[in-house]
Design a protein. Structure first.
Length: 573
């Protein structure tokens, strides 16, 4: 007998519990129960009821409430906490709110949406309300309430960091400050600025950029260190840089800056670590050597940074930062050139990157990073060109990469992304999750994991991951907005999807296809026709059937809904 498909819906979940309940019961069991019963009867139940809340369950000192409106959920929480603050009652509540997908089981609800609400409730201060970023984004323009940003938090049994916001009644703002202070000191954060190219040849800039990017990658292997994404820190290229401004803009404690001078076979690398809070120079060093020493120099710089910040180097040493898979300078330089092309995110740039990675493999066929780069370049190029030969190349290169180095995050990312587009979503999840474990600060890995969550039927989880990547990399490239828009489109949140797609500077034909579908779903017929015409002008051969090949939705219904949406917009079969 076939198991029934679980029913799901998007809900605002409010979780509340009584602070110090066990102690209160031990001191006065009868009195505590009487006061608790009074508050539920006179305050909690009426406030939730008049805002459409449904009490799902009472759990001793805890309550779980489902709301159809996230604004109503937040207003309810604020009203309850403000009312309690005006009494001398010994009962104080913590409240957490999340907006997410829930599984319906009779009168009960389950799933990550519920679990995150419960974890946020535990983080709230007595009398406070802690909300997820998804909740905040939905209420910030509708409620005249100031929430404090707690940043990304690692919540128990939740497989991704969750950004959270906190509110307390006036006069208790120090509670949020305490939480934020604990978070800042729990994990040091650093931005690596692009090392200055002192060689006098602008064409050598790729080399100094490559050294900076490799240091970012190696530092990212430490789970005790938050490392800002390359695209964000590289926005501060230039001679006159205010370190405190960098710290405030990127929200980091430390900045690493330096320079590279390459002359013939000789190389000089200088580096200095600066505390952004007081502009103090914590450590500086100069390294002289031959070009063949470059890998050792990078490792030495990385170790020195971690030693200075933490006073120990076990975290990164145990991750194996010196695990290089080539000793060929030529192979390494071609990979650096390829990575620079990959940052431009266009079909032509991917083609140039592919040539660089192929040249790297001519110099060293065993270089795993070159195989991984080749796979991703070919795969992203295939996304625009839909050339089966590119997909074949992506598959073979990803397989070779992982065989050569199963401990490199890029190799798992390449194979996981390839598996995703072949519809092997469970295999894809294994490899992309492993990539995230190996390099938890990599924003590209977060975005690909978000795309995967979308195809697996969890588009709002996908959107959360993309938004987290954008926080790590505020200067998000166009394709991040593309994935965010697709997540919202899959969740049938069409206005949010349109807002994301419209952030793309140079939209591709498939972006216009999504926009046509979104506008049609909202009844904006003229806008839908305008974007449909853009699709066919940019790609006259576009058909829904060819586009379907690039959409590995796990749920046939999700795929059908998508195709029906674009078909309604007038796109050809």
């Amino acid at each position: 007998m076939t198991e029934p498909t679980p029913q799901r819906r998007l809900s605002a979940i409010l979780a509340a519990d009584v602070v110090g309940y066990s102690k209160l019961m031990a001191e006065d069991e009868t009195g505590t129960l009487a006061v608790l019963r009074e508050h539920r009867h006179n305050l909690f139940d009426p406030e939730t009821g008049k805002r459409g809340g449904r009490i799902v369950k009472l759990m001793g000192d805890g309550t779980l409430v489902e709301f159809p409106s996230v604004v109503d959920a937040v207003e309810c929480a604020l009203a309850i906490q403000q009312a309690l603050a005006g009494t001398d009652s010994p009962i104080k509540l913590r409240i957490g709110i999340n907006l997410g997908d829930v599984i319906i089981d009779g009168d009960d609800i389950y799933g990550d949406g519920v679990n995150i609400a419960a974890r946020l409730e535990a983080l709230a201060e007595p009398g406070g309300v802690c909300i997820s970023d998804m909740v905040y984004q939905n209420v910030r323009a509708k409620l005249d309430i100031d929430f404090d940003d707690l940043g990304e938090l690692d919540l128990k049994n939740i497989d991704r960091p969750i950004r959270a916001w906190h509110w307390t009644v006036p006069g208790a703002a120090q509670a949020a400050d305490a939480i934020r202070s604990a978070r800042v000191h729990a994990k040091a954060s650093i931005a690596v600025l692009p090392f200055n190219n002192m060689s006098g040849d602008k064409d050598q800039e790729y080399f100094s950029d490559g050294i900076s990017e490799d240091i970012i990658t190696e530092l990212s292997r430490s789970h005790a260190l938050l490392v800002v994404a390359r695209n964000s820190s590289f926005q501060f290229r230039g001679d006159a840089i205010d370190i405190r401004t960098v710290g405030e803009t990127l929200q980091v404690n430390y900045v690493l800056e330096g320079s590279v001078r390459k002359s013939g076979q000789r190389i000089r690398v200088t580096a200095q670590l600066i505390d952004t809070n007081n502009n103090a120079h914590l450590w500086a060093e100069r390294y002289d050597g031959t070009i063949e020493d470059i890998f050792d120099l990078q490792d030495e710089i990385t170790r020195s940074i971690v030693t200075t910040i933490f006073g120990r180097i076990e975290d990164i040493q145990s991750e194996g930062i010196a695990n290089r898979s080539t000793q060929s300078l030529s192979a390494y330089e071609h990979v650096l050139r390829g990575q620079k092309w990959m940052q431009q995110y266009s079909e032509a740039a991917y083609a140039n990157a592919r040539e660089c990675f192929l040249a790297s493999l001519e110099a060293d066929p065993q270089f795993a990073r070159a195989h991984a780069g080749l796979s991703l370049a070919a795969l992203y190029e295939w996304n625009g060109a839909n050339d089966p030969e590119l997909m074949k190349l992506a598959v073979s290169a990803a397989s070779d990469a992982l065989q050569l180095d199963p401990h490199e995050s890029r190799c798992h990312l390449a194979l996981g992304t390839v598996e995703m587009f072949h519809g092997a979503l469970e295999k894809a999840e294994h490899h992309i999750t492993r990539a995230s474990e190996l390099n938890p600060n990599d924003d590209q890995i977060m975005v690909e994991l978000g795309r995967l969550r979308m195809y697996m039927g969890k588009p709002l989880e996908g959107a959360d991951l993309v938004r987290l990547a954008m926080r790590r990399n505020p200067y998000a490239p166009n394709w991040y907005w593309n994935i965010l828009g697709r997540c919202f489109h899959t969740a049938q949140m069409y206005e949010e999807a349109i807002a994301a797609f419209e952030r793309i500077d140079t939209p591709q034909h498939f972006n216009h296809a999504y926009l046509a579908g979104c506008h049609m779903a909202l009844g904006h017929t003229q806008e839908a026709q305008k974007h449909r015409d853009q699709v066919l002008a940019m790609n006259p051969a576009f058909t829904l059937m060819s586009f379907k090949e690039q959409l590995p939705y796990k749920s046939p219904q999700d795929l059908q809904d998508f195709l029906d949406n674009l078909r309604d917009a007038g796109l050809p079969e």
